[in-house]
Write a protein that binds this ligand. Structure first.
Ligand SMILES: [Zn+2]
Ligand SMILES: [Zn+2]
Length: 137
């Protein structure tokens, strides 16, 4: 089962903070060799409120809902294979998600290899995704 969540044209993935529920984006995958050589952290810091959370805690409500809806026909098909029960898959599989190219790219001075996008006009300061340090752009 494979549901893909799209990134925008700059390869930034929309994220939602589990603490403040504001959205921002982080870059999908390392941006260069230097970034690739860095260890993957256990937590990321919310750029907007600075509270850390585990790296898998940042799905937006829309992404979770989309993943659930897209996966449902597969789950039903598997269930019907395993049990012999006949359940008609519902037809309301959502269209593929499209990620708009919104928000502004910022880089923290301490960890510039991990750029983020914050909502246009977001108030300073911003927290570094990697270490939580506050910076202004
Ligand atoms: Zn937050
Ligand atoms: Zn940092």
């Amino acid at each position: 089962m494979n549901v893909s969540i799209p990134a925008d044209d700059d390869n930034f993935l929309r994220r939602e903070c589990p603490t403040c529920e504001q959205q921002f984006k982080w870059h999908l995958g390392p941006i260069n060799d230097e970034a690739a050589a860095e260890p993957t952290p256990d937590v990321y810091y919310c750029p907007l409120c600075g509270v850390p959370a585990g790296t898998d805690q940042w799905w937006t409500k829309e992404q979770l809902e989309y993943a659930r809806a897209r996966a449902m026909p597969d789950i039903l098909a598997q269930l019907s294979n395993e049990t012999g029960l006949h359940i008609d898959p519902t037809s309301d599989v959502p269209e593929a998600m499209v990620e708009p190219n919104d928000m502004d790219i910022v880089q923290s001075p301490c960890h510039p290899y991990e750029p983020i996008k914050v909502p246009t006009g977001h108030e300073q300061p911003i927290h570094c995704l990697v270490c939580g340090s506050v910076f202004a752009v």
